[in-house]
Design a binder for this molecule. Structure first.
Ligand code: SF4
Length: 643
């Protein structure tokens, strides 16, 4: 951890204070190397008796206790082995043994270190030792690193973070009474050893860094991101940290002009090439959502796979590494073993009614940090801050609605476009959430009055012939033709509970799926999704997820509905009626899941950061920006608006 402090204090803060750790290819490679060297039992022979008597007089018991504590994770036999182990002669004529995975601590420094490998030069059997014990004359810690050493005109050098780690090991060994003047790092990429000779200057530097790191753990403020550092490119926490985005929207004066444009109502200026943040996050997830809506399916677990059965027949097997989350609709059963494994692997399971009502989510312990939630609860109790962020969210939603109409409507009526613009401009004048709610309602009424103009679908009679649609069994064809006559995509107004026509049924399902994705994003960032700023807490309502989804309703949920209808992915034959309510059939739901996921995974150029990312990524990005606004890293929450 202390080497991470030297690498980047912000990284140290994330890991040590907030408990956030993200694996990357580099960290996994490093773990694999350490796993191999960690196979040792951690025992270390005692220090040379002469040294202990002269240097730690009267403290022999204490030293011995530290040593015993240092091998507390090892089996009793480890020490016994060492006590009688005869060292091998090394090439230089001395006798050397290797101790792996020794855990030692220093009370003076207040630190603990697990050391990959310690080369121990043996002093030979002590006279008068009835047990024939060998003692360490001097020790040299050896650590393994994946990369290459730092090149300088003087030759190969240690990186500062490596110097910190190795130097600490030397000091800890010394504090435990061992003679240790140097250490070695072995860099695997170049297969080279680089030596560190301990000096008083290095010791002072290390002790100073320990004090700085300790002070940081008590600070409520996370250090700022590094500036244009190449370290960020390889940092596994870059998607959490968002170094360039935070600087751009935050208090960094170098980004002042861009920040003004980003938060400006028109939001019309793009980053130029040299001022655009680097894209340090993946454009889209490689994992996919697993939707299951066939009633009676059972989800079980096999090693590293989910298995899906219908009765006795195996329907599918899905590798866990390919799954981002699981969404279960209606009576789909899942075994305890599968849920436990999904929790373990941080893969959320979302539960819906058959009609698409989002009940909730199961997930593992995940994020352990509480700072974001403390800030969230504090802000949620502050009406001024709630209104501030609610205004941003509502303004963005109205703007996105207006853009949708201008882009997609066959002939968007000018009064509607002007009306939406005027309401968006008045949002800042709202004196409270109720007034804001009224404005949002007025804007939504204007928008939904014109929603029918976004639906561009022709005669239904051709729909079943569209290639790529879910195949309709021959036997059902007549019934579906009748259904097609009963259901149309005529839209008059938004009807929620229950939806009474196909478009409203699709909208309701789409909003439910979006609420699920915003809940997952809220959890991923460390929020409590049930405490919102605009949406007030109500039992069972993921209020923060609903806040987050406002700006994405047009961009994701309504767009997915329009794509599904206009591209004939969904046809009237995909609906069933139950009383007044209209619902999708299982085949229709499956087709809509496909349309929705297509939208979530489609790439857009981010209007502020100017790099390409999927909508799923943008939702998480927005959740992280919201967290940064709460912690004061950025002065205001900048919502996602499309041009
Ligand atoms: S991305 Fe850069 S600034 Fe952020 S934690 Fe990693 S190294 Fe530090």
């Amino acid at each position: 951890m202390l080497n991470e402090f030297v690498y980047c204090p912000r990284l140290f803060y994330y890991e040590q204070v907030e408990g956030i750790f993200v694996e990357s290819a580099d960290t996994e490679r490093g773990s694999a190397i350490h796993e191999r060297v960690d196979r040792g039992k951690g025992a270390l022979p005692p220090q040379a008796r002469k040294k202990r008597k002269s240097e730690v007089k009267g403290a022999a018991v204490e030293v011995s206790e530290v040593s015993m504590e240092s091998v507390s994770e090892t089996e009793e036999t480890d020490l016994a082995d060492l006590k009688t182990h005869r060292p091998e002669a090394s090439a230089d004529g001395g006798e050397t043994i290797h101790s792996r995975s020794a855990m030692l601590s220093s009370e003076r420094l207040g630190v603990v270190a697990k050391m990959d490998l310690i080369e121990v030069k043996m002093a030979g059997r002590s006279e008068g030792d009835l047990f024939g014990r060998y003692e360490a004359q001097s020790v040299t810690p050896v650590d393994y690193k994946v990369g290459a050493p730092r090149r300088s005109t003087e030759g190969n050098e240690l990186w500062d973070a490596d110097r910190m780690q190795l130097g600490l090991q030397i000091l800890i060994l010394r504090d435990n009474g061992y003679a240790c003047d140097e250490g070695v790092i072995y860099y695997r990429a170049t297969k080279q050893r680089v030596r560190l000779i301990m000096t008083p200057e290095i010791e002072r530097w290390i002790v100073g860094k320990i004090e700085e790191a300790r002070a940081l753990t008590l600070s409520p403020e996370i250090p700022p991101p590094l500036v244009n550092s190449p370290k960020c490119v390889r940092c596994s926490l870059a998607p959490v940290c968002l170094p360039d985005e935070t600087r751009m929207l935050g208090h960094d004066s170098a980004w002042e002009s861009k920040r003004g444009a980003a938060t400006e109502p028109s939001g019309s200026t793009r980053s130029t090439a040299n001022e655009a943040p680097r894209r340090l996050i993946a454009t889209r997830d490689e994992e996919r959502a697993l939707y299951l809506n066939t009633q009676g399916y059972r989800v079980g677990l096999k090693p590293e796979r989910l298995i899906i059965h219908d009765g006795e027949s195996l329907v599918d097997e899905v590798r866990l590494i390919d799954v981002s989350h699981v969404a279960l609709f209606g009576n789909v059963q899942i075994s305890t073993q599968a849920v436990r494994e999904l929790c373990e692997q941080e893969i959320p399971v979302a539960y819906f009614s058959l009609g698409g009502w989002f009940y909730g989510l199961t997930r593992g312990h995940g994020l352990k940090n509480v700072h974001t939630r403390i800030q969230q609860f504090t802000a949620a109790g502050n009406p001024v801050r709630c209104l501030e962020v609610a205004q941003s969210i509502v303004r963005a939603k109205i703007r996105n609605h207006r853009t949708m109409l201008m882009r997609l409507h066959t002939e968007a009526p000018t009064p509607t476009i002007v009306g939406l613009k005027e309401i968006a401009a008045r949002v800042s004048d709202a004196r409270g959430l109720d007034e804001l709610l009224g404005m949002e309602g007025a804007a939504a009424a204007l928008y939904f009055q014109q929603f029918a103009g976004l639906i561009k679908v022709g005669g239904d009679e051709e729909d079943d012939e569209i290639p790529g649609l879910e195949s309709v069994p021959e036997a059902d064809a007549r019934r579906h033709t009748a259904a097609a006559k009963e259901f149309t995509f005529d839209f008059t107004r938004r009807r929620r509970r229950p939806p009474t026509d196909p478009v409203n049924a699709l909208l309701s399902l789409s909003y439910s799926l979006l609420a699920k994705d915003c809940t997952i994003a809220a959890f991923a960032v460390g929020f409590d999704p049930y405490v919102g700023f605009y949406h007030q807490p109500r039992h069972g309502r993921p209020a923060l997820a609903l806040d987050l989804m406002e700006e994405f309703r047009p961009l994701v949920a309504e767009s997915a509905v329009l794509t599904a209808i206009n591209n004939r992915m969904i046809t009237p034959s995909h609906f069933v009626r139950a009383g007044n309510a209209v619902n999708l059939s299982p085949i229709g739901r499956k087709a809509f899941f496909h349309a929705y996921e297509q939208r979530m995974n489609s790439l857009i150029t981010h209007p502020i950061f100017d790099y390409k990312v999927s909508y799923r990524r943008v939702i998480e990005l927005q959740a992280r920006l919201l967290a940064k606004w709460l912690t004061g890293e950025i002065p205001e929450y900048v919502p996602m608006t499309t041009r």
